[in-house]
Design a protein around this ligand. Sequence first.
Ligand code: HEC
Ligand code: HEC
Length: 264
Amino acid sequence: MRNNIPLREANTLGGVYRGPSRQDGGGSILKMFARRPLAAVFLFLGGIAHAEEIGDAERGEKIFRECAGCHEVGQGAKNRIGPQLNGIFGRKAASVGDDFFYSKGLQRAANDGLLWDLEHLDAYLENPKALVSGTRMSFRGLKDPQDRHDVLAYLRRFSDNPANIPEAEPTQLPAEVELPPEILAIVGDPEYGEYLASECQTCHQRDGSDQGIPAITRWPVEDFEIAMHAYKKKIRPHPVMQMMAGRLTDEEIATLAAYFKDLE
Ligand code: HEC
Ligand code: HEC
């Protein structure tokens, strides 16, 4: 349900956005819907074309000790604090069965279509909360890409049908959401923020209440920016938010982050 905005509404939303600093007018929202499937196909083919080892599985087995306090993998693996990780490649998020209690955040991402492929596993392990806000996995993340690739190579051994799973060379992993200091340093103009935010507030409640759509007021600026860039880079799955964030410049995202942080 949440993914469907009626066409008429979509048009109005686009219209609100015509500001002094942007060329694209109202209709662009619809064109972007039309372009999406193609982009998805390219990503997929790109993955297959570079089928290579992900990383060093032997080393990954050692790194998995950091996960093993919460997760089991292999024959007879059970759900513990975290779900068992057999067949994780290609598995739908939050789908291990009824006997594991997932967070609302991960369930929401699953409803948006989050599938555990290499790209999304990598982003989740780097910073679980950047990919899935409200996730219950309290793990600080593996900052070193090599560590992530190695542990993923290890987990890959326990996934059912390796031949069908597209892989990419570690060096060809898509850029993760890691914001350079220049971006984080941008400070927004509150008046422009108010103007930009009017569109967001057709869905997100100004008073911060959560009515099926999450509240976005009073977030730390950095968390807000990371979430928006994760949509922009299509690492977070929600199509409407991908489209909203995709049309914003880095400055505009910073402006919005500052505006919503201070909203009473
Ligand atoms: C402190 C405990 C803890 C640690 C350490 C931890 N996890 Fe998790 N993990 C969880 C919990 C709890 C969840 C369920 C998250 C939710 O419901 O939001 C989870 C979820 C996951 C998922 C999604 C599974 C699904 O069914 O959708 C993956 C993949 C994952 N963890 C991999 C790892 C890996 C790999 C490591 C080590 C690098 C790790 N985790 C470290 C607790 C942990
Ligand atoms: C058409 C309705 C709609 C509009 C317009 C909209 N959003 Fe959203 N937004 C959503 C929905 C639905 C979600 C939950 C998406 C998900 O499941 O990841 C969301 C999620 C978010 C999140 C992440 C919240 C979380 O808890 O992780 C942020 C941040 C956000 N939106 C900011 C914005 C900003 C800034 C704008 C304006 C530029 C905007 N949104 C416009 C519907 C909308």
